[in-house]
Design a protein around this ligand. Sequence first.
Ligand code: DGY
Length: 336
Amino acid sequence: MTGSNRPRGLVTIPMFAEVLDALAERFEIDAPCGTATHIDWTADTLAARAQGAAGLLVAGSPRIDAALLAAAPSLRAVCSMAVGYNNIDLPACTAAGVLVSNAPDVLTETTADFGFALMMATARRIAESEHFLRAGRWTHWAYAMFAGADVHGAMLGVLGMGRIGQAIARRGALGFGMPVIYHNRSRLPQAQEAPLGARWVDKATLLREADHLVLVLPYSKESHHAIGAAELALMKPTATLTNIARGGIVDDVALAQALRERRIAAAGLDVFEGEPALHPGLLEVPNVVLTPHIASASERTRRAMADLAAHNLIAALTGGTPPTPVNPSVLTLRQS
Ligand code: DGY
């Protein structure tokens, strides 16, 4: 197809030039962010811009909901370059016959690397000691200076044992000799647990026994504030908490208070409720390592995520088979 007959695609995030070029070979592409500029989409702006679009390429934040679908009736596909898709109202998309895809697998190992690094930085007080050094406060060596918690041999707790959770457990068990306990809605088959020496426990046991607890569960109504004041109270005062999952899984107000009162030793947070805004209490405590939602941000992985989203979009709009659909029933209905 040429000119205005071609389907229109809206790319809502800054995107690699090569990916935009590949999309532009097939579609009329509206990419207001280009390769760099970020736009804070309001619902109205997104709805206006999505009018007439057959496909959207998105990432984490703009809400794709029934109101947007009503404003953009020609939409046939919403392809996200993130693995988490809690910003997308899946039932509404399925009801409207809109295919949704995400970008799993390609980020698993990179995200697990980061989760482990954040947990280690938290346990060994790397950020806190670096700030101290940069501030010119290092005057002498002392045996207790920034003494943290060991990672090797400590009890690793994983809440959410999907692909990324298992990759973190593998790092802990095989690389650092950590016994692993986990909690997940469904228990892994024995064949997956055994090589990790991983033990399924109920959530309260996980909280009580973990020395280093890493959160890797998807955000949903059910996981909202899965870690709040009551859960933090169950944790050891020496324990660390690392969240690379989603803001909203942790009650940041309760966490800031627990950190201030040293009810847990420290936290490493890559995601926040209402990000990019942060609960101010988190900025006031020293025993937290804060990063701006970058767990999957290696150059190679971000490119792989974008490529996968683009493949999904191209397949969805050209009658192909999208590699990673989230609601594949839409495709079956289209074919029937
Ligand atoms: C994901 O893929 O879900 C990451 O959190 C990036 O948004």
